[in-house]
Design a protein around this ligand. Structure first.
Ligand code: SAM
Length: 230
C-alpha cells in the first residue's frame, strides 16, 4: 500500500465525471492523507469527499482566482504542506485550471504527482467508433473571436477531432461544423457515466434533426470524424 501523502508535494487528482464510483483507490488514499484540498468547486468536491467519508480543509481554486490563489498555495507547499488539486470533474488541467499552479510549482522545484483517472474526452473517444489511433483534443472552441478561423483549420484535420461543448451551443456548433466541413460523421456523447448518458452516432445531417427535436441538457463531448480526402 502506498504511504501517506509526502510533505511539500502537489498532487493533481482526477475525480469522477459524474458517477461517484469512478475514482481510484489511490485518489481516495491521497485525498484522505493530504493536508489540504484545493478544489475548483468546493461544494461539488465536498459531495465527493462526504461520499467517501473524507474530511479535509478545502480552499477554492478556479479560473478567476487562480492568479491570486497560486502564490498562497505555493507558500503552503514550500512550508511542507501536501496539497491535492481537484477540478470540478475529471482530470485537472484538461479544460480547467491547473496549468498556472503547475507552472509555478515547477519554478519553485515543488514535486508534482499525477493521480490519473477519468477525463470526459477519453471516455467519449473510446466509445465513438471513430479512429482512436490518432486524434486531436481541442477542448472548447473559441466562442467568438477566432472561431471561424479555428473551424477552417480543423476542416482539413485528418485525425479524429474531440471538442467540449455546452448544452446552449451544441446545436449551433454542429450546424457550423456542417457548413464548414460538409456532412461529416460525428458522435455526440452526453452525460457520460450519469443517469441520462446518451451516445448518438451518424452524419450531422441525421444527428442534427434528432437533437433539435428535444431540449439539449447536460454536458456534451463532440467527436468529429477526421478529414478524408476524396
Ligand atoms: N477536466 C474535465 C475532464 O477531464 O474531462 C473537463 C472539464 S471542462 C470545464 C467541462 C466539460 O467537459 C463539459 O462542458 C463537457 O463538455 C465535458 N464533460 C465533463 N463531464 C462530462 C460528462 N459526464 N459527459 C459529457 N461531457 C462531459
Amino acid at each position: 500500500m502506498e504511504p501517506a501523502a509526502t510533505p511539500g508535494t502537489l498532487y493533481l487528482v482526477a475525480t469522477p465525471i459524474g458517477n461517484l464510483g469512478d475514482i481510484t483507490y489511490r485518489a481516495i488514499k491521497v485525498l484522505s492523507s493530504v493536508d489540504l484540498v484545493a478544489a475548483e468547486d468546493t461544494r461539488k468536491t465536498k459531495i465527493l469527499l462526504d461520499h467517501y467519508a473524507i474530511s479535509k480543509p478545502m480552499v477554492s481554486y478556479f479560473n478567476y482566482n487562480e492568479r491570486r490563489r497560486t502564490p498562497q498555495l505555493i507558500e503552503k507547499l514550500l512550508q511542507g504542506q501536501s496539497i491535492a488539486l481537484v477540478s470540478d470533474a475529471g482530470t485537472p488541467g484538461i479544460s480547467d485550471p491547473a496549468y498556472h499552479i503547475v507552472h509555478s510549482a515547477l519554478a519553485s522545484s515543488i514535486p508534482i504527482i499525477p493521480i490519473p483517472g477519468p477525463s470526459a474526452f477519453i471516455s467519449a473517444l473510446i466509445v465513438s467508433g471513430l479512429p482512436t489511433d490518432r486524434f486531436v483534443f481541442e477542448g472548447f472552441l473559441p466562442v467568438k473571436k477566432g472561431r471561424k478561423t479555428k473551424l477552417g483549420i480543423l476542416s482539413t484535420e485528418p485525425r479524429t477531432i474531440i471538442l467540449y461543448e455546452s448544452p446552449h451551443r451544441i446545436l449551433k456548433t454542429l450546424g457550423e461544423i456542417q457548413s464548414v466541413f460538409g456532412d461529416r460523421n460525428v458522435v455526440v456523447a452526453r452525460e457520460l457515466t450519469k443517469k441520462f448518458e446518451e451516445i448518438v452516432r451518424g452524419p450531422i445531417s441525421t444527428i442534427l434533426p434528432q437533437l433539435t427535436a428535444k431540449p439539449t441538457r447536460g454536458e456534451y463531448v463532440l467527436v468529429v470524424e477526421g478529414y478524408i480526402p476524396s
